[in-house]
Design a protein around this ligand. Structure first.
Ligand code: TXA
Ligand code: MG
Length: 336
């Protein structure tokens, strides 16, 4: 049965509509965004919670829907490098990274341009802006129909696991946003890599869909993590210790499973005692980190739904997307 339709543009939706990702659904989503409403949209990484990045009221509604602290700035999604250069100042390294990885799972934090349209609130008052050109047909069609920078944090309640399918968005945000554009499962499964390019060498703020090896191949060096002296670096989800947290406790690098625990497996050799687990899911029986990344957040949600008090996680190597997977699991395991 179709849910009752709320007016496009309504910022206080009675129920959250699921829009098909066809021309009509995309036009409806763009109409809601133009009216200041919020629409969750698929990207290649995870679902974003979209709102007009140029409109402080829409951006305030994003922070409210997610219960996200306002000191934590949002990514602005744009259709191409030219649009990004209207918002931010790109040095040589930023341009090289943009050309190598856009469209794709890379976010560049650069100084705000004098012509910037992304509002101060979206940037949490910082002099920098986070920009990304997503590689998803649906996201790109939405950006071109909307015609303005689209603010898009992951479409979960603040601190929770990021959504990789429309049902995950509904679990966290039903009734709090106007619509969800249904693009099915997101293929990459972990969020974009965030790299800051100000003066001096590039810095890695969050590992993600573009691996460290691929960054090194373009930059010629391994970017360091956020500098301790950097007063511009916000304490954001990418940097907060506890984040991506299911309700269950998460126990990493488990070589044995305790009875009653849920277990997240990786590869062909399960930890001892796994037959006694309350539930088990294998991120990739073949031990492939790319496949594991695509399944990670859905598996955490599914194991959490079993009601297990603890999710034990088998060791996952650091290669390729393993670095981003381990980063998210470490934050999920951090004391709250
Ligand atoms: O893959 C992704 O990046 C997804 C999709 C929807 O694009 N978005 C996403 O957004 O993960 P969010 O808000 O969950 O994470 C954005 C990260 C946060 O850690 C935030 O602190 C950081 O980017 N960030 C945003 N603006 C920044 C800035 N000006 N300086 C430093 N970090 C910034
Ligand atoms: Mg997030």
């Amino acid at each position: 049965m179709a849910s009752r339709m709320s007016d496009p543009g309504s910022t206080v939706p009675a129920g959250t509509r699921l829009l098909p990702a066809d021309a009509e659904g995309i036009a409806a989503a763009a109409g809601i965004l133009r009216g200041g409403g919020l629409v969750a949209f698929p990207t290649e990484t995870v679902y974003g919670l979209g709102g007009d990045a140029t409109d402080p009221a829409a951006v305030a509604a994003i922070y409210a829907a997610k219960a996200r602290p306002r000191f934590n700035p949002l990514i602005a999604h744009v259709p191409d490098v030219a649009a990004a250069r209207g918002e931010g100042v790109f040095n040589d390294e930023a341009l090289r990274l943009a050309e190598a990885f856009w469209p794709g799972p890379l976010t560049l934090v650069v100084p705000a341009s004098p012509t910037i349209r992304v509002c101060d609130l979206a940037r949490a008052g910082l002099k920098s802006v986070a920009l990304r050109v997503p590689d998803s047909e649906v996201a790109r069609a939405l950006l071109s129909a909307f015609g303005r920078p689209l603010a898009g944090p992951s479409a979960n309640r603040s601190g929770r696991v990021s959504p990789t399918r429309p049902a995950h968005v509904r679990e966290d945000l039903d009734g709090r946003i106007a619509a969800i554009l249904d693009g099915g499962d997101t293929p990459v499964g972990v969020e974009s890599t965030v790299v800051a390019c100000h003066d001096g060498p590039a810095r890695l703020l969050r590992p993600g869909g573009v691996t460290g090896d691929r960054l090194r191949a373009v930059l010629g060096y391994d970017p360091a993590g956020p500098a301790a002296s950097d007063t511009e670096a916000p304490a954001g989800p990418g940097l907060l210790a506890s984040h991506y947290a299911p309700k269950a406790r998460v126990r990493l690098d488990a070589t044995r499973v305790e009875p009653g625990e849920a277990v997240l497996l990786f590869g062909g050799v399960p930890p001892a005692g796994w037959e006694m687990a309350r539930a088990s899911l294998n991120l990739s029986p073949a031990g492939d980190a790319t496949e594991a990344a695509a399944r990670l957040f859905g598996a955490l949600r599914d194991l959490d739904a079993t009601g297990a008090g603890t999710i034990a996680v088998a060791p996952i190597p650091r290669d390729g997307l393993g670095e981003a997977i381990r980063d998210r699991l470490q934050r999920a395991a951090a004391p709250r």
